[in-house]
Design a protein around this ligand. Structure first.
Ligand code: AGP
Length: 614
């Protein structure tokens, strides 16, 4: 998962590219580089190990200028993070540079072939072979860079988004997509190419989303799209509704904190116009592209996702089964396709993904689609691959989520899958009118309740100060809040690097209770719902073994105050909607612990925002 930016136009390419890379750093940040073509027709390159700021220091010390170029921020797959392994990579002549996101699985075989032809390699990366392969094609008579570039692509096995330039073919860039995303921005006498929308949104809102097997030749006057054989392809330009400010920090110390506080708006925007408060009818037929008849004919659902999106899916299982009475299974995307899943045209296969580009989830979608299932994706990024391949899409309207740890996209996913469950319930005539109206009213009230709760996180800052040095945490929940226990644990571990596990509370006595001692903080999710008494017993079991209990509940409760070491109260709502509110203190707790520990909250070590490799 790397960040790629290319630019050609009247602006300073170094500035445009570095600024674009800054907005893509969440995709990978272990090294970075930029290459531009100067007025002398020569390529100037600067690269640095470390963050983008390290590259900026190199550029400040040793400036470069040019009329067009490309840049890259890396998440290492082949070859350790280092300056020499940082992109862009050159060919032998030094007149060609290339940048790459993805994995070339047959790079060693290609490397040996090229070495036998005299090519000399200087890096450990798979990407470098692409530069030499294009050069080899040039040496064997390719007429120009686009032809040389297209002739190489079929030899590459694996996934790639690539951008290259050659000084023999001045004032143009070539790019191709096979897997990881690539979007082309169309400006006024300038053209951009990047891995994701935020990198170019401050320059243009007119974008073209590339698909697998497509190549683009980019000139300042605009792009020309072709297939691998060079045949012209018509592409649609889409207007992106986001504004650049949405991608900025807005005065918060970290994107993650900003995005936690954006949740009321994100939830409201995801709800807007999709369900009637009067009739409780869900109004999403067109975007879902699945009629009530098709939904009524479905015999089972399967939900497939990764990470936090998988946790949203697990909540979705509860909602779909309880509201619509439809048997629903859930699977990790990385497991789904290898277990020979039993899906067919009577299966509704639901894919949840913030980025819409997660390789495992995309592969799982293709698997189910090939088996005839109706595929529906819940996604936050317009034009992403999953939204193009699924039969229907329910977009979350969270806006760009930059923090690697997902927050506003997660609660927006919960709203989207709630709407889907309601839609299924109506298509299957499962829920009596009265209950439906109550439920929808409670759903509409959530954004205001979130806003009210998020006003004041002093309590969470105190708790973070108290518990920041602990080495292990346990998160416990039951029923529809068991997935929230998993999510709370993931949030804490992925940004503070503290070991944390989420468990269904009933499972404690089958092993995890052996971990409980006076050093173990246990976060217990205990709203006043159908399993409250059971959760109270679990809290007592923990206290009987000197464990520390942080209880999260939805009303003042003397009993709980007497038993727990700390009690956090969130607003109360319908049992099936409580995850939307119970998750908020867990997001804030993980943020403040990580911040106090001096962790890189927006760009945690070893992670990337979108895992576009398997
Ligand atoms: C969530 O905080 C993590 N960053 C990660 O688990 C993420 O949810 C997962 O990689 C799935 O990403 P997606 O939603 O873009 O498919």
């Amino acid at each position: 998962m790397c960040g790629i930016v290319g630019y050609i136009g009247p602006q300073d390419p170094v500035e445009v590219i570095v600024e674009g890379l800054r907005r893509l750093e969440y995709r990978g940040y272990d090294s970075a580089g930029v290459a531009v073509v100067g007025d002398n027709g020569e390529i100037a390159i600067r690269r640095a190990e470390g963050k983008l700021r390290d590259l900026e220091k190199v550029i400040a010390t040793n400036p470069l200028s040019g009329s067009y170029g490309l840049g890259h921020t890396r998440w290492a797959t082949h070859g350790r993070p280092s300056e020499e392994n940082a992109h862009p990579h050159r060919d032998c002549s030094g007149r060609l540079v290339v940048i790459h996101n993805g994995i070339i699985e047959n790079y060693l075989e290609l490397k040996r072939e090229l070495e036998s032809k005299g090519h000399e390699f200087v890096t450990e990366t798979d990407t470098e072979i692409v530069a030499h392969a294009i050069e080899d094609s040039y040496n064997n008579g390719a007429a120009n860079l686009p032809d040389a570039f297209r002739s190489v692509l079929p030899e590459l096995h694996g996934i790639y988004s690539l951008v290259a330039l050659h000084t023999d073919d001045p004032n143009l860039l070539v790019a191709a997509r096979q897997g990881p995303p690539l979007v082309v921005g169309i400006g006024d006498n300038e053209t951009f190419v990047a891995s994701d929308i935020p990198a170019i949104l401050m320059h243009t809102k007119d974008m073209v989303f590339m698909e697998d097997g497509e190549v683009v030749v980019i000139r300042s006057e605009g792009p020309e799209f072709t297939d691998l054989e060079g045949r012209a392809i018509e592409k649609k330009t889409e207007r992106i509704p986001w504004d650049p400010i949405m991608a900025e920090k807005g005065g918060y110390k970290h994107f993650m904190l900003k995005e936690i506080h954006e949740q009321p708006r994100a939830v409201r925007d995801t709800l807007l116009g999709r369900v009637s408060l009067e009739s409780a009818r869900v109004l999403m037929d067109d975007e879902m592209k699945l009629t009530d008849e098709q939904l009524a004919g479905v015999e089972r659902a399967c939900i497939v996702a990764c990470g936090t999106s998988w946790h949203a899916g697990l909540v979705g299982k509860f909602l779909i089964e309880q509201l619509a009475g439809l048997p629903t299974e859930i699977d990790y995307a990385s497991e789904f396709r290898y277990r020979k899943p039993l899906v067919d045209e009577k299966t509704l296969a639901i894919y949840i993904s913030q980025s819409g580009e997660t390789a495992d989830t995309l592969a799982a979608l293709r698997e189910a689609k090939a088996k005839g299932a109706q595929t529906l994706c819940i996604c936050n990024v317009q034009g992403s691959m999953m939204t193009r391949e699924a039969h229907g899409t329910i977009y979350t309207h969270a806006g760009p989520e930059i923090g690697v740890a997902s927050t506003k996209a997660f609660t927006s996913q919960l709203v989207a899958i709630t709407l889907l469950a309601l839609k299924l319930s109506q298509a299957r005539g499962r829920m009596p009118e009265h209950d439906l109206l109550e439920f929808v009213k409670a759903l509409y009230h959530i954004p205001a309740q979130m806003e009210h709760y998020l006003h004041d996180d002093k309590r969470l800052i105190e708790l973070a100060k108290t518990f920041q040095q602990h080495r292990d945490f346990l998160f416990l929940g039951r029923g529809v809040n068991y997935p929230i226990a998993l999510e709370g644990a993931l949030k804490l571990k992925e940004i503070s690097y503290i070991h944390a596990e989420g468990y269904p509370a009933g499972e404690m006595k089958h092993g995890p209770i052996a971990l409980i001692d006076e050093e173990m903080p246990v976060v217990a999710l205990i709203p006043h719902d159908s399993v409250y008494e059971k959760m109270l017993s679990n809290i007592e079991e923990v206290k009987a073994r000197s464990g520390i209990v942080i209880a999260v509940t939805d009303a003042e409760d003397r009993d709980l105050e007497a038993k727990a070491d700390a009690v956090i109260v969130v607003p109360s709502t319908h049992e099936l909607l409580s995850p939307l509110l119970m998750v908020l203190p867990l997001q804030l707790l993980s943020y403040h612990v990580a911040n106090l520990r001096g962790c890189d909250v927006d760009q945690p070590r070893n992670l990337a925002k979108s895992v576009t490799v398997e």
